[in-house]
Write a protein that binds this ligand. Structure first.
Ligand SMILES: [Zn+2]
Length: 171
């Protein structure tokens, strides 16, 4: 089943992203992760974001009945995919974060006539002169471009406005 393989692929991609971001977050809670994925990568952005949500799913005791959020695909749900994915991120700095996937179209540069443009179909061939000798310029990238961390937690100010003697210092 190619569909199942692909879902598993995106799941492992999500894990890679989580690894990278967790390392760079240095313990700060992450709210949003931006990734850039070239269309030559066998990655469906929607599926990637969906896998991230699955990995973000809360612990089973909190799981309500699943809403029919996803469109009914013709293929069946990968059995086990959700079990594998569940709550991988729960309790980590990535808990509750949102994955934003930017899809980068494939563009090529012709080695014969020098035309640079987006690739219309899967054939790696120049749209101007038809030469097969093209260099891929974009479409192969897969990188975490940035992520957002929650702002510093708000510490309640002990010296509330109007209270007396804010300059008292305990020795
Ligand atoms: Zn050309």
């Amino acid at each position: 089943m190619p569909g199942e393989d692909r879902a598993m692929h995106e799941l492992s991609v999500c894990r890679s992203i989580a690894d990278v971001v967790t390392r760079h977050a240095a313990g700060r809670p992450v709210t949003r992760v931006h990734v850039r994925v070239g269309q030559l990568r066998q990655i469906v952005p929607e599926t990637l974001a969906y896998c991230w949500e699955l990995m973000n799913a809360g612990p089973p005791e909190n799981a309500g009945p699943p809403e029919n959020a996803g469109p009914p695909e013709n293929g069946a749900d990968p059995p086990g995919g959700q079990v594998l994915a569940g709550s991988v991120l729960a309790g980590s700095v990535l808990a509750g974060s949102v994955l934003e996937v930017e899809s980068v179209p494939v563009s090529v540069c012709c080695r014969v006539c020098g035309t640079r443009g987006e690739l219309a179909d899967r054939a790696l061939r120049c749209g101007t002169c038809g030469a097969a000798g093209v260099t891929i310029v974009t479409g192969e990238e897969f990188l975490v471009t940035s992520f957002e961390v929650a702002s510093d937690p708000v510490v309640p100010d002990p010296a509330a406005p109007g209270s007396a003697a804010p300059d008292t210092v305990e020795a």
